[in-house]
Write a protein that binds this ligand. Structure first.
Ligand code: NDP
Length: 310
């Protein structure tokens, strides 16, 4: 019997993904039916994105797995109608894009690029930036994206700290975990990068108390998720100078509403959730490999721990 694969994501993505998924499933040797519209009780796998419109999985009576095109699964991981395995996206292209965004913005802060671009006023203050080895950067979250970014920063010779839920050993990165580890890491950090998932345990992880641990004039990069930051506390810390600048890619409400104070704040850079994105060529391979595994009775890759929410 054919394997029925439902593609449930933004319709604009279908023309790009369809040939890639067809090729991958064919190469996997599968007899399949791939479409954007299949009766729910005949679907074996859902290729899923939150904006595909699927939120009630109750009618999907023979579903074997939901395969997310997104790395962040906060909008589906607590869905009680979903009772089969949920796999998230770990995609080489997505990871590479995120590494480039993080390294680019860390270098921007490190080299004081904004200052030199905006100060075309004839002032001549020849203060060269320190070397990367004299700059401490902390990456909160050392998963697929955080570890890659931390490694790239370490390769540039930054002094890199990392923080995760469980203990890690990453060459060139001083790894911390647990509540004490977070305090230890933040108290030394000039530039903080947030690459944590949005879960109940990470909501407002940067709040008035944790931001107060940072040395004065610290900078924040948030390409993780909006709820990781207490927005009121960040605005207060920016206004007091405790935080010198924040570059924010993700927000509690997206698009960021026009009246939100982040837009007008002189010490905030807003980027419109473009730090990275899933790249179809590499992501389709991950989806097809997981369908192959499902059909061969092998364990799925990148399974979400529904209890932890990531
Ligand atoms: P992973 O699941 O691979 O990694 C998550 C990391 O966060 C792990 O190191 C994990 O620790 C750590 N973590 C989770 N909960 C806690 C906690 N309570 N305390 C401390 N550490 C914790 O995710 P990815 O690296 O693939 O992605 C990270 C996030 O990036 C996504 O969830 C998504 O929100 C965001 N993202 C943003 C994009 C953008 O364009 N802006 C694009 C893609 C993703 P441990 O390793 O110990 O489990």
């Amino acid at each position: 019997m054919a394997v029925n694969v439902l593609f449930s994501a933004r319709p604009e993505l279908w023309p790009e993904y369809e040939p890639l998924l067809r090729q991958g499933l064919t190469e996997a040797g599968l007899d399949f039916h791939l479409a954007t519209d299949i009766p729910a009780d005949q679907v074996d796998y859902v290729v899923y994105a939150p904006n595909g419109g699927q939120c009630d999985f109750t009618p999907f009576t023979r579903l074997k797995a939901v395969l997310s095109l997104w790395a962040g699964v906060e909008s589906i991981s607590d869905n009680e109608t979903l009772t089969v395995p949920l796999a998230r996206m770990v995609d080489g292209g997505l990871t590479q894009g995120m590494t480039e965004w993080v390294v680019g913005h860390v270098l921007r802060y490190h080299l004081g690029m904004d200052r030199h671009i905006t100060q075309q006023d004839g002032s001549w203050t020849p203060d060269a930036p320190p070397l990367a080895s004299q700059r401490t950067v902390c990456v909160l979250g050392l998963g697929a994206l955080g570890e890659a970014a931390a490694r790239a920063l370490a390769a540039l010779d930054f002094h890199v700290l990392g923080w995760s839920r469980t203990a890690k050993d990453i060459p060139g990165v001083t790894c911390q975990h647990g509540a004490d580890g977070l305090r230890e890491a933040l108290s030394q950090t000039e530039i903080v990068v947030l690459l944590l998932p949005d879960t109940p345990a990470t909501t407002n992880i940067l709040n008035a108390d944790t931001m107060a641990l940072l040395p004065e004039e610290a900078k924040i990069l948030n390409p993780g998720r909006g709820p990781l930051i207490d927005d009121e506390a960040l605005l207060a810390a920016l206004n007091s100078g405790q935080i010198e600048h924040a570059t924010l890619d993700v927000f509690r409400t997206e698009p960021l509403p026009p009246e939100h104070p982040y837009w007008a704040h002189p010490n905030v850079t807003v980027t419109p959730h473009i730090a990275s994105e899933t790249r179809p060529v590499t992501a389709a391979q991950v989806i097809c490999e997981n369908i192959r595994r499902g059909e061969a009775g092998e364990p799925f890759l990148h399974l979400v721990d529904r209890g932890l929410g990531y």
